[in-house]
Ligand binder design. Structure first.
Ligand code: PXP
Length: 246
């Protein structure tokens, strides 16, 4: 079954909105895991707008933690053990711009290849699995392979936007993602996917086959307001399971 990584950034967004101690991302990670999440994902951003360093320190030892981070010296140092040697299970390298609301596009694996290759080496030297968040583009996928990434995470944001309108563009985007999955596998890369996935649009991605793990945050946390986090995670797991059966 495709694994589900639950991104809990927006639990921290809510906490930061009031500067309180709650809602507690650690408790959220426990609830998500009990409901069937296979891993927990957080994005430690340069501006610390949601997840804080202390969340990272507490989450790492308890969960199979995937750390999304920009490929900067500061982040590499945190991921490779600045805090009492604490390190994540995996890192997903993402682009970051301060003014963006969320990660808006994939990383450019071609333009930044020398710096990225260095970062990938530093992380892998510590036994951390490295993924790179990119568009489903053959050149980018080849770039990811060249810099030594273990995984690519395919950006599904465009698919998620087109899902609502349907039509030819949606079909083409799904084909583009499918082709990306196949090309990556041919190069020996493993494939994750994420961004903008909901329980309604997850099925078509699942049905493409070849994706190991989906990283999903916003829609699960938003749904949790109405049904609770455990139910929101279970609903997503069920949607994935149902699509796998079809
Ligand atoms: N994967 C990556 C690399 C991301 O940056 C994000 C957003 O933080 C996600 C997955 C999850 O996206 P969403 O919150 O839209 O589910």
């Amino acid at each position: 079954m495709i694994k589900l990584g639950v991104n809990i950034d927006h639990v921290a967004t809510l906490r930061q909105a009031r500067g309180e101690e709650f809602p507690n991302p650690i408790k959220a990670a426990r609830a998500a895991t009990e409901a069937g999440a296979n891993g927990i994902t957080i994005h430690l951003r340069e501006d610390r707008r949601h997840i804080q360093d202390d969340d990272f320190r507490k989450l790492c030892p308890e969960f199979r933690l995937n750390l999304e981070m920009a490929p900067t010296e500061e982040m590499v140092s945190i991921a490779t053990g600045t805090y009492e040697g604490i390190m994540p299970h995996s890192v997903c390298l993402v682009p970051e711009r301060r003014e963006e609301l969320t990660t808006e596009g994939g990383l450019d694996a071609l333009k930044n290849s020398i710096q990225l290759e260095k970062v990938v080496k530093q992380l892998k030297a510590k036994g951390i699995i490295v993924s790179i968040f990119i568009e489903s583009d053959p050149w980018q996928i080849e770039g990811a392979s060249r810099i030594g990434a273990d995984y690519i995470e395919i950006h599904t944001g465009r698919y998620a936007s087109l899902f609502l309108s349907g039509g030819k563009d949606l079909e083409n985007e799904l084909k583009r993602i499918e082709y990306g999955i196949k090309s990556a596998k041919k190069l020996g890369l493993k494939v994750n996917a994420g961004h903008g996935i909901t329980k309604d649009n997850v099925g078509q991605i699942v049905k493409l086959g070849g994706v190991e793990e989906l990283n999903i945050g916003f829609s699960i946390i938003a749904r949790a307001i109405f049904v609770g986090l455990e139910t929101a995670v279970r609903e997503m797991k069920d949607a994935i399971k149902d699509a796998e059966k079809e």
